[in-house]
Write a protein that binds this ligand. Structure first.
Ligand SMILES: Nc1ncnc2c1ncn2[C@@H]1O[C@H](COP(=O)(O)OP(=O)(O)OP(=O)(O)O)[C@@H](O)[C@H]1O
Length: 588
């Protein structure tokens, strides 16, 4: 069961505190005459705290200013309470003076120290000193916020955090609570008001060096959620450690890899780290040249494995591994490639991250085999990670006949791309490459400026089409599912699904190209008899997002069938590596 953050605060093990209390009880001659009062309690906590902290300066750093002060006060008090034999000589009245806040602060202090120890044990999986020693110190002002404020934040944003180690970090509710070495490190966030929910919930755990599965709606800032801690991870390394590729981020499509590369390069500027992108469909020579001095590698799996095989890339020192669109990466089409990649990364002390908007049951077990006690962060009142679409997208489903589709598409384009909306961006999805070519031609013939992106086009043409669409020079783009995941294209007003995708997960990603970064969006789906096997799953997605479910769709049935095709993932696997043929379905 997922636990809401901070709910488990009381459940933090305070073994050291208990031990100190026990020893103290033993020492006292008159335990019955000196029942534990607040003063003794506080002193005990202080003793325990000291026990935990003393041997470890870094743990001390885990305390806020307030916590340190409270600790000092408690220690002083304890000294007053004991004579040279260690016996209690008087009740100083501290119990009444000791405020609840101080007790709370001490508890948090003990917890912070314990967490520092726990964390160390996570990193101690690597016995040598060649791995980064990460640590996360909660900003003192964040620690000082009343718990009620944190609880409200968690409830309002529906953050759900399931942490087997129960570290219960407070979400980083504001950029000012983000630990930075230098104020310049905040520059990449200058345009943003506050961290998105997935960023605020994940950052503390990622900065602390934990493995994380992050599930949050499309367009919710997951790239920075895993990108920022990556920079910090490498900054915590010695110069020598940084000489190899320290971090590797894997993405299912070339365009998404390029986009991650672009964002990470911005983020890495203040730290002077080099980010390089390798993907299929272009000559290897230039990419090979670019690899020298790389700190962070962004790649598609096939090209990455090619380079590993020929010895141009060595991931043996990579201790930060991200699978973006993780469910896609772990599905049949990519699983073997991903296994190979993971087997090449550092076997010890590796931090493994998986991010996605959809987290089907079918990949969860496999994912856990690559991770160490991962924290699962889910956003959106969806602790179990059910399939959910972004609720700011209004979804319309029209059940029609196959032969009516083209006519209806033109009607929709006329409706949404005329008058003052002439330049509104519309993304049209098809299922097959040949279908995309045909639809693109059809739209062009009807007088609409249009571009296309799919696997039959060479990379230059794909990049060109995407640029034309991104910059608004061409307001309509026809795409296959190569464009379904991750692409962050500004102001896509409408997504039209001419043919439904193979999975409802892909549907959620396709429509997620609109309504990004807090904006609203619209998705129109033409649904035919041919896709009726997916009607149940689609109905669930519509209902969960509070969207209307047409009667005609209900007629197809509400049963959710198990995913049947192993080709999921192999379908648009599109990098330069060896292409694995889809096993059950063949595509044109
Ligand atoms: N804290 C923030 N506040 C506002 N906008 C943000 C913030 N962080 C990131 N963004 C912007 O939100 C947009 C979407 O981010 P991103 O592409 O990382 O989403 P995503 O969650 O990875 O989406 P998808 O699931 O489709 O891959 C980007 O334009 C990004 O610049």
């Amino acid at each position: 069961m997922a636990k809401r953050v901070n709910e488990s605060e009381e459940a933090v093990p305070e073994r050291a505190i208990k031990k100190a209390k026990k020893e103290k009880k033993h020492r006292l001659d008159k335990p019955a005459a000196a029942p534990p009062n607040a003063a003794a309690e506080i002193a005990d906590v202080a003793v325990a705290k000291e026990e935990v902290v003393n041997g470890d300066e870094s743990a001390k750093k885990g305390l806020s200013k307030e916590e340190r002060k409270a600790l000092k006060r408690a220690k002083k008090e304890q000294a007053k309470l004991q004579d040279s034999n260690g016996d209690v000589v008087k009740d100083s009245g501290y119990s009444s003076a000791a405020s609840k806040e101080e007790k709370k602060a001490l508890k948090r202090a003990a917890k912070a120290a314990q967490e520092a120890k726990d964390l160390e044990s996570v990193w101690d999986a690597s016995p040598d000193d060649s791995k980064p020693k990460q640590g996360y110190t909660e900003h003192s002002e964040l620690s000082a916020l009343p718990q009620a404020e944190i609880d409200k934040f968690v409830a309002d944003l529906a953050l759900s955090i399931d942490d087997p180690l129960k570290q219960s970090y407070r979400p980083i509710t504001s950029f000012k609570y983000l630990p930075v070495k230098d104020e310049a490190d905040r520059a990449p966030f200058a345009a943003f008001k506050s961290p998105t929910p997935i960023q605020s919930a994940c950052w503390p755990y990622l900065l602390a060096g934990r493995d994380v599965v992050g599930v949050a709606e499309t367009g919710s800032g997951k790239t920075l959620a895993f990108g920022l801690p990556c920079i910090r991870h490498i900054e915590s390394m010695s110069r020598k450690q940084r000489q190899s590729i320290s971090a590797c981020m894997v993405s299912p499509t070339r365009e998404l890899a390029m986009q991650i590369h672009e964002q990470l390069s911005e983020l890495a500027k203040p730290a002077h780290l080099k980010v390089t992108c390798v993907y299929g469909g272009v000559h290897k020579d230039i990419q090979r040249e670019m690899l020298r001095g790389t700190n962070i590698l962004v790649a598609t799996p096939g090209r990455l494995n090619d380079f590993i095989q020929e010895g141009a890339i060595d991931l043996s020192e990579s201790t930060y591994l991200v699978l973006d669109e993780a469910d896609r990466m772990l599905d049949t089409g990519f699983e073997d490639d991903v296994r190979k990649i993971i087997s090449q990364t550092s076997p010890t002390g590796r931090q493994t991250l998986m991010f996605t908007a959809t987290w089907p049951q079918s990949v969860r077990d496999l994912a856990s085999t690559f991770m160490t006690t991962p924290v699962k962060v889910t956003i959106g009142d969806n602790a179990s990670g059910e399939l959910r679409a972004n609720v700011r997208i209004s979804q319309e489903v029209e059940v029609i006949e196959e032969m009516q589709k083209q006519g209806r598409l033109i009607e929709l384009l006329k409706q949404y791309q005329s008058g003052k909306n002439k330049n509104d961006r519309i993304l049209v999805f098809c299922l097959y490459k040949k279908e995309a070519t045909r639809i693109e031609e059809f739209i062009r013939r009807r007088g609409f400026p249009v571009a296309g992106i799919h696997g039959d086009l060479n990379q230059q043409k794909r990049t060109e089409s995407l640029d034309l669409f991104k910059t608004g020079k061409v307001p309509c783009l026809v795409a296959t599912d190569v464009a379904a995941r991750g692409l962050d294209i500004p102001a896509v007003k409408v997504v039209i699904n001419v043919t439904f995708p193979l999975t409802v997960e892909d549907y959620v990603h396709r429509i997620g190209r609109t309504g990004r970064a807090g904006q609203t969006g619209k998705a129109i789906t033409l649904f035919t008899q041919n896709e009726k096997g997916l009607s149940g799953a689609l109905i669930n997605v519509l209902k969960a997002a509070g969207q209307p479910v047409p009667e005609e769709l209900l007629k197809f049935g509400t049963t959710v069938k198990k995913k049947t095709h192993d080709a999921y993932g192999a379908f648009y696997k599109d990098d330069g590596g060896e292409m694995k043929k889809a096993t059950k379905i063949t595509f044109d």
